[in-house]
Design a protein around this ligand. Sequence first.
Ligand SMILES: O=P(O)(O)OC[C@H]1O[C@H](O)[C@H](O)[C@@H](O)[C@@H]1O
Ligand SMILES: [Mg+2]
Length: 582
Amino acid sequence: MVLFKVARVQTSPIEGQKPGTSGLRKKVKVFKQPHYLENFVQSTFNALTESKVIGATLVVSGDGRYYSEQAIQIIIRMAAANGVRRVWVGQHGLLSTPAVSAVIRERVGHDGSKATGAFILTASHNPGGPTEDFGIKYNMENGGPAPESITDKIFENTKSINEYLIAEDIPKVDISAIGITSLEGPEGSFEVDVFDNASDYVKLMKSIFDFQAIQKLLTSPNFSFCYDALHGVAGAYANRIFVQELGAKESSLLNCTPKEDFGGGHPDPNLTYAKELVARMGLGSHAAEDPPEFGAAADGDADRNMILGKRFFVTPSDSVAIIAANAVESIPYFSSGLKGVARSMPTSAALDVVAKNLNLKFFEVPTGWKFFGNLMDAGMCSVCGEESFGTGSDHIREKDGIWAVLAWLSILAYKNKENLGGGKLVSVEDIVRQHWATYGRHYYTRYDYENVDAGAAKELMAYLVKLQSSLDEVNKIVKGISSDVANVANADEFEYTDPVDGSVSKHQGIRYLFEDGSRLVFRLSGTGSEGATIRLYIEQYENDSSKTGRESQDALAPLVKVALGLSKMQEFTGRSAPTVIT
Ligand SMILES: O=P(O)(O)OC[C@H]1O[C@H](O)[C@H](O)[C@@H](O)[C@@H]1O
Ligand SMILES: [Mg+2]
C-alpha cells in the first residue's frame, strides 16, 4: 500500500480562466504554464459543495488530445489531496463526452459507488497537438455541464486563489491497463479505477435501440455504410458498436484510431473539415464513384455528428426534425411517445413544424447544451438538437454523436424492413425529401467568419443592434439590396427565460425576422480560442412542395445578399468570403 502526503502549494491568480460555453479552452502552451491547470482544478474543487469532493467519486478522462495524459496524472494527485475517495479513468484516459455523461449516470463501481461529477479533458472540435488547443470542463451529478452558478464561482475562485493541494508523491498511475490502484493518504483510502471506456456506453445504447434491426440493415447486401471519427475519441466506440455489435465491415471505418493531434486535422464534422468522408460519399470536387448509402462523422470528443446520404448532405436542423418525426415508430426507447422537443435559437424551425403537427411540447433555447439539460431533468424534453451538428436525447445530458448515427440507422432499418433482401432501398435522400413534402422545407445555411479581429466583430454586432431601433430604416436597406425578399417584421436580441428555474439569459443572438418566416441571425461564437468568430445563420421556409427541391445556395441567394449588405460584413471585417459555409 502506497502512503501519500498532502502538499499545500503556494500560487497566485492567473488571468483569463473564465470557462466558456463548454469549459476552459486554451492553447496547450497556456495550459502548460506553471500552476495553470492546478489553479483551475483547485478553483473547481473549491466551488463544489463538500460532499461532492470529500469521499466522492469523480470521473477524469477525455478525447485523448495532446497533454491529456499529463493532465490526468495531475488531477489524480489533486483529487487525492482534496479528499476525493475514487477517481474513475477510462482506459488510456479516453472517454467521449457522451460516454462521460453515461458513466456518471449509469456506472456502478466494484464497491457499489456512483460518481457525482467529472473533469472532461477536451477542446471538442478544435485541433489538438503541442501548438493547438487543450480544454477542461466540469460536469455535474446529472451528467451535464456545470451550470453558470458553478462556472461563475469557479471563475471567481481563480481570481483569488493562493494555494492548491496536491499529493506529489503519488507515482504515475498506469492508465493504459484496466485495474484498480489503491493508495492510502492522511484522510484514508484513495483509489484509481481504470475501466473499459466503451462498455457502459455500449450497454446504454443497447437499451435504447433495436440492435438486431440495425444489424439486419448493416449486414444487408444492398446497404453500405461509412463512419469517420476524424481521429477523435469516437474511434474507441466505432469499432465496438458498428463492427463488433452491429456487423459492419471494418473497411467502413475511416480515421477511427484516436490520435493526440487528430492526425493533424480539424476534428469538426462538417462539409469543409470532414474532407475524406465527403469525397467518399460522392460530394465535393473529389467525389468518389460509387458512394455508400450512409455516411457519418464525429468531432474530437464525439458529441457532434454529421449525417450524409449517397451524394446528399442532411442539415443538422433537418436531422433533428426527422429524428423527432420518426422516433416513436423507429426507436424502442421512445415507443411510448416524446415528452417534448427543443432546439437552439439559431437552428432552423424545421423542428417547430414537426412539433406543431405532432402536437408536442416545444422549446427554443439559447445556444449551448446546458439549456436542454434543465428541460430534460424536469421531464419536459426527449429529443433536441442544434444547427452546430449536435443532436441528442434525454438518455444523457450531453449531445451524442454516435446516438445520432444509431437513430438514423434505426429510421433506415424501419423504413426498409421489407427491402433488405434486395429490393430498392428507401435512401437517406428519400427520407429527407419525403419529410420536406410533408412538413415543408427550411432552406438553411450558416456562414462562419473565423478569427476576425475581436474589436471589429463587436462593432459589427453593435451596429446590427442599433439598426434594430428602426424597422423602416431596415426595410429601406433590405429593399435597396433585393426586391426578392419579404419585409422584416421584427428585429430583436434573443432572450430566454428558463421555464424550469426562471433564470434569464440575455443577448443570445441578434435576429431579423421576416414576414414570410425567413430569418437572419447573427452571433459571436462562444467556443473559439483566438480572435472572434462571427456566425451568420440564414433561413427561408418553403411549403409549396413543387419548390422544395431547389439547390439551397440558389434558393437563399437573395437573403444572403441582404444579410451581407445589411451587416456591412466586408466593411467591418475586411472579409469578402466566410471561412466555412455549412
Ligand atoms: O458558440 P459556438 O462556437 O457557435 O458553438 C456553439 C456550440 O458549442 C458547443 O459545441 C456546445 O456544446 C454546443 O451546445 C453549442 O451549440
Ligand atoms: Mg464536441
